[in-house]
Design a binder for this molecule. Structure first.
Ligand SMILES: [Mg+2]
Length: 172
């Protein structure tokens, strides 16, 4: 249990960042106060954290955005300030666009497993993934024995929430 980990993406998974996109579609980190929570996903994650699971928020955002990410997660009620580094961990992309988002995430999770951590659940939206990337993620989680909770569109939140709630009943 101590090393059982929940992995969750951030954007469009626990946080809706759509209000801080510039008209040209660029992401403006300083507008973090415009972020909105996605309670359908946050609530089950909060329940898991209360039960002692540690949550790794694995985002494709660059490390430079880390302070804004943290403020946004706290503002949206995803985590409490004192949970960071204890129950919640925040992992940003540290490379300069060398690896596509999903490759970097899979590489990170592989390392977690090599080091004895046990990711049991991975929650991720695949809104903007090309099919090969989404397939890569589906295949990786399957081969690693990780339950993959995929959010394919905004319409999926309610169903995914139900799926998470039923999973919670089976987890201790
Ligand atoms: Mg996302």
């Amino acid at each position: 249990m101590a090393w059982d980990i929940i992995i969750s993406d951030i954007d469009n998974t626990v946080i809706d960042p759509s209000e801080r996109l510039s008209p040209s579609g660029e992401f403006i980190p300083k507008l973090w106060m415009k972020d909105k929570p996605i309670p359908e996903i946050i609530n089950p994650i909060r329940t898991l954290m209360k039960r002692g699971y540690k949550v790794v928020f694995l985002t494709g955002r660059n490390i430079k955005e880390a302070p804004y990410t943290l403020l946004s997660l706290i503002k949206c009620g995803v985590i409490l300030p004192d949970e960071l580094g204890d129950k919640a961990f925040l992992i940003h992309h540290r490379l300069k666009g060398i690896l596509p988002n999903i490759e970097y995430k899979i590489k990170f999770v592989r390392k977690m497993i090599e080091r004895g951590l046990n990711p049991i659940l991975w929650i991720e939206d695949t809104f903007f993934y090309e099919k090969p990337s989404a397939d890569k993620l589906r295949n990786f989680t399957k081969s690693a024995g990780i339950t993959f909770i995929e959010i394919k569109s905004k319409k999926d939140y309610a169903n995914v929430s139900k799926r998470l709630e039923s999973l919670l009943l089976n987890l201790t």
